[in-house]
Design a protein around this ligand. Sequence first.
Ligand code: NI
Length: 171
Amino acid sequence: MILPIIKYGASVLRNKSADIDKADDFEHLSANMFETLKKSQGIGLAGPQVNVLKNLFIIDTTPFTDNETPKIEKAFFNPEILHFGDKIYDYEEGCLSIPGIYENVKRPSTIEVRYRDINFDIKEEKLEGIEARIFQHEYDHLEGILFIDRIHKLKRKLINKKLQHIVKNSH
Ligand code: NI
């Protein structure tokens, strides 16, 4: 089932999500989230974006996949970032909740993470590249943070009109 995606301006995007106790209850939701993400041709989707304030998100790199970039299609429950790497780089981000806006965001290129997978087994991994980037963007959603909070103040001012347009059209 395709779920409606919550747009910028809604308070649910600014709240903190809570941990989940078991994956079973969210298997159905994550399946719907994968379907929604594929349809919107996005690469990541977090609980609050579908009005669920729970610590879960999904990643599907299909739109970015080529001969050198393998496809990653994973659900992450109760994710944690254990360590940020030292190397920081700029990369253009967008968000399904903030349509039409793309800006460079500085983030570490590697992270060490812990999460529970679709079977609710604990995993610890070192992530890099696109997966590390999406993980950090989606993790922010669970904290009520959006990528536009991480851009330069002046840039933020410049996109303010576009943001207000999204707010007006989503209510
Ligand atoms: Ni987003």
